[in-house]
Design a protein around this ligand. Structure first.
Ligand SMILES: Cc1cc2nc3c(=O)[nH]c(=O)nc-3n(C[C@H](O)[C@H](O)[C@H](O)COP(=O)(O)OP(=O)(O)OC[C@H]3O[C@@H](n4cnc5c(N)ncnc54)[C@H](O)[C@@H]3O)c2cc1C
Length: 296
């Protein structure tokens, strides 16, 4: 590992100043579960590591009925998964946080780090996008907000410019009669990253019979997480059953542009998307029905 300087600013402004000054040669550090490994392998060699864990804004974890869920970019997956509001109202996000690595990794790794590392297989990204989440960014020119799905540019690349950092992820209160689920496939029961993953969100009509809207986000089958819009449009207004969700799976696969690699072939990933979409929709639908107090 190359030598580097380390700073642990206590304010957002200080962090922005440090990151801006080094013109791309500084990297924020949250849990370090990606960054430290990348530095050890010389895949990243920052001159300065800016530890963001002492910045109050990045440690916010809160929920209220007006603002919804606020996840500071340095909050660990474990804290988020155990937060009562996440467990109650954002179950798909709790599902994803509970899948990252191991208990040890979840205690270090932040959802913000998962976002900023920007691998196509990042597990927390599909549920956040499917819930309609927003990212809040701070930088030398001030703050900006954008939909979570617009944060990613390509593998390992985000919209963050020089001196910018992710402050928090926000998700508004899920609408009535809605449910969500995140499922991924890994080939073994050990720690591994997703061969494919699907985050599904559905809202049913007040009578519980029809699907009002659906959002489906696919992981590990394109350079960034990708919405399966054809499948979403197909589901709107339908009275879904297992066959409908299987048809949605077929349509979702059309939004996937996977590559073949050591984890699986492109053709295999396409089949996985069909299955994971159907299953995650069924689970999301069952959760939406449970919220209504009826059975799925
Ligand atoms: C054994 C193991 C198992 C893993 N399993 C999984 C898994 O199952 N699923 C999965 O998705 N990932 C997995 N990962 C990858 C990793 O744990 C996650 O991506 C994690 O969420 C990264 O968070 P972190 O806080 O550790 O990020 P860090 O390593 O601190 O940072 C990651 C990247 O984001 C940047 N960054 C961090 N915070 C900010 C910020 N606020 N603003 C701007 N840039 C920032 C850093 O500079 C770095 O480039 C695994 C890793 C290991 C080592």
């Amino acid at each position: 590992m190359r030598e580097f300087d380390y700073a642990a600013p206590k304010s957002l402004q200080e962090a922005v100043d440090l990151l801006s000054r080094l013109n791309g040669q500084a990297r924020p550090l949250a849990g370090g579960t990606d960054l430290i490994a990348q530095m050890k392998e010389n895949r990243r060699s920052p001159a300065l590591v800016v530890d963001v864990k002492r910045i109050p804004e990045l440690n916010v974890l809160s929920f209220d009925e007006k603002q919804g869920l606020r996840l500071g970019a340095a909050v660990s997956c474990m804290r988020i998964a155990n937060f009562p509001a996440t467990r109650e109202k954002y179950v798909a996000l709790a599902d994803a946080c509970g899948l990252i690595g191991s208990v040890q990794i979840q205690n270090r790794a932040a959802v913000g780090g998962n976002f900023c590392n920007a691998t196509p297989s990042a597990d927390t990204v599909p549920p956040v996008i499917s819930y309609g989440g927003t990212v809040v960014i701070a930088g030398p020119k001030g703050r900006r907000e954008l939909p979570a799905e617009d944060f990613f540019v390509g593998p390992g690349q985000t919209v963050l410019g020089n001196g910018e950092l992710l402050v928090e992820i926000t998700i508004s209160v899920p609408p009535a009669h809605s449910g969500a689920a995140y499922l991924r496939f890994i080939p073994r029961e050990e720690m591994d990253i997703a061969v494919a993953g699907v985050g599904s969100f559905v809202q049913c009509t007040a009578d519980g019979l029809r699907c009002d809207q659906a959002r489906i986000t696919l992981a590990a089958v394109a350079p960034t997480a990708v919405r399966a819009r054809e499948a979403e449009e197909f589901l709107a207004g339908k009275t879904p059953d297992e066959t409908t969700f299987a048809q949605a799976g077929e349509l979702a696969a059309r939004s996937a542009k996977p590559i073949s690699d050591v984890r699986g072939s492109a053709a295999y990933r396409i089949e996985l998307i069909k299955v994971l979409t159907r299953r995650s929709l069924l689970q999301a639908w069952a959760r939406a029905q449970a919220v209504r107090g009826t059975t799925a």
